[in-house]
Design a protein around this ligand. Structure first.
Ligand SMILES: Cc1cc2nc3c(=O)[nH]c(=O)nc-3n(C[C@H](O)[C@H](O)[C@H](O)COP(=O)(O)O)c2cc1C
Length: 532
């Protein structure tokens, strides 16, 4: 076992919610003092992006076969659209005097710890250097300029997390949620790129230290204490006109970089400190690695009747806060389409670098032709025997679908159980189905503890697919980070760390809260433009 793995196991154990007590978090929250969800750097050159809101004639179902989508040219307008569809605002909500923004990527508690950066080399529309994306203003802040000339041209997107933004509300468990959010953001980036006919490579070799250097996150003087960003992931954008720039070429730009700007304060009082988050972040620090990319034969998901454009589905994605517990059963074609869309053979997962480690245990409540009960979707059929061995002997493991690795385990009305397991939240029982994402845990993190983060990313990516598929089917989803870990394991019969449940999700017919008002995503920019 890697000497850092015990710290991960201990963090995971102590941040479990139980029926008797929630993981350690703040005792009081002053909502007036919430950390600013929008980071800005002062003292940087700013590059405006073209007005947001553009649509493209690409259907959501076209994304099933992305190679058939005509690639858009790599220019300022399309990079702006990429950023908007991945991380931009999708709406404003208002309740009484409170007003808050929603984004194309979801976030636990809407706290948005994820920050996005663009790294440009040799493009005529954007200075070669590192640029921070401000979703609120839909613009780029130039953190550094590369002076060296490169014969190659490339575009990269990198993600980082402000752990404290999430810990402000969720305390010790927040590190998990930051990782889920990175998985969602990666999914959002992939969908946005595919809409433009582009693709995403995750540069798996990159270590956290190099990503921090590349993004200037190691420049401690540029960040207020405890408001720093942890490096997460570096991606290369591939378009028809861009040959893939090798990772070392990107690193060669660094010595010539001239940095500018300092992060503004997130404007909140740091009342509570959660040192265990720094400890687990250190234990899960990713070094430079050499990884053979995992690949599987592509297979489009089962058909969908959705006729909406990809951009429409991306912009309309929301979390349901309440479901109609009297909904008619979800059509089985929609249910199986969603399941097929989260299999590793679906196009969304083509950029995922490692073998699937996450499987779904599904509490079916209201699905046409599927008897209520517990089912499993194995995202890698090789996991069948280990899962059978690790879970309850009462489970039948009968294959329930001709072409999907979908198994019937147990009949019964599991609504109350599902709700109880998900921290008593009715969204887990009033839905068509809810589910637990169960990961191959111990063996994955034993030798390489940083893979703890990647397990959560995989869960977040699956969640992002479910969010968009739910919208495409005319229903709605919600990610569920609050669940009683070991009670879930008990119901499934899991007795040790071989498998662990890392995320929950639910899909059903949403009930709108008529007290909330909705406003367009970027009307504040138009108003600003008119004033100038
Ligand atoms: C990792 C994660 C965990 C979440 N956990 C819960 C949850 O336990 N209960 C809930 O009602 N919503 C949960 N949500 C939904 C968020 O509250 C929602 O994404 C956020 O308020 C932003 O709203 P939007 O998804 O409509 O953009 C979760 C979302 C994510 C990404």
């Amino acid at each position: 076992m890697n000497p850092k793995t015990p710290a991960i196991l201990s963090y995971h154990q102590r941040t479990k919610h139980t029926l008797q007590r929630y993981a350690k978090g703040p005792e009081t929250l002053d909502w007036e003092d919430q950390p600013d969800p929008f980071r800005r750097f002062s003292g940087c050159a700013v590059s405006p992006l073209p007005a947001p809101g553009r649509d493209l004639p690409v259907l959501f179902t076209d994304l099933d076969q992305p190679e058939s989508i005509a690639p858009q040219p790599l220019d300022n307008a399309n990079v702006g659209l990429l950023l908007e569809l991945a991380f931009g605002l999708s709406a404003w909500k208002q309740f009484g005097p409170s007003r808050w923004a929603l984004r194309c990527n979801p976030s636990s508690g809407n706290l948005h710890p994820t920050e996005a950066y663009v790294i440009s080399i040799g493009q005529d529309f954007l200075v070669s250097g590192v640029h921070h994306y401000v979703s609120h203003d839909h613009r780029l802040e130039q953190r550094c300029q590369f002076a060296g000339s490169s014969s190659e041209a490339g575009l990269f997107i990198a993600l980082s997390s402000v752990h404290w933004r999430e810990a402000w509300k969720y305390g010790e468990r927040a590190f998990r949620y930051c990782q889920h959010d990175i998985g969602h953001a990666l999914g959002a980036l992939r969908y946005a790129a595919a809409t433009l006919g582009w693709s995403v490579d995750i540069l798996v070799e990159a270590g956290d230290e190099e990503i921090a250097k590349l993004l200037g996150l190691d420049r401690s003087g540029d960040f207020k204490k405890r408001e720093d960003e942890a490096p997460d992931v570096l991606c290369r954008i591939r378009t028809a006109s861009l040959a893939p720039v090798p990772y070392p070429t990107l690193l060669e730009q660094l010595p010539s970089a001239t940095w500018s700007g300092k992060a503004d304060s997130l404007r909140a009082y740091h009342l509570y400190h959660w040192p265990v988050i720094d400890e687990v972040a250190e234990a899960a620090h990713k070094p430079l690695t050499h990884e053979v990319l995992w690949q599987t034969a592509a297979q489009p998901p089962l058909p969908s009747a959705c006729q909406r454009s990809a951009a429409q589905i991306i912009r309309q994605r929301r979390s349901a806060q309440q479901f109609d517990g009297k909904m008619p059963a979800l059509p089985s074609a929609d249910f199986y389409r969603m399941l097929s869309a989260v299999l590793p053979s679906a196009a969304t997962f083509a950029f995922w670098p490692s073998a699937p480690k996450v499987h779904l245990f599904i509490f079916v409540h209201r699905v046409e032709g599927v008897t209520p009960g517990l089912y499993a979707l194995l995202r890698d059929e090789a996991a069948l025997k280990p899962l059978q061995a690790a879970t309850s002997a009462l489970f039948g493991w009968q294959k329930h679908h001709g072409s999907l690795p979908f198994y019937h385990l147990y009949d019964g009305d599991l609504k109350v159980i599902a709700k109880t397991l998900s921290c008593h939240q009715p969204i887990a029982s009033d839905s068509a189905f809810s589910l637990a994402m169960v990961a191959e845990f111990q063996t994955t993190i034993e030798a390489e503890p940083w893979r703890y983060r990647r397990l959560f990313w995989e869960c977040g990516l699956i969640g992002q697919v479910l969010y968009l598929e739910a919208e495409a089917a005319g229903v709605r989803g919600t990610g569920i980070g609050c669940y009683f870990d070991d009670s879930v394991h008990e119901i499934l019969g899991i007795k040790d760390d071989t498998f662990q449940s890392l995320y929950h999700f639910t899909v059903g017919k949403p009930l709108e809260d008529s007290r909330l008002q909705t406003f367009p995503a970027y009307s504040h920019l138009q108003a600003q433009g008119q004033q100038q």
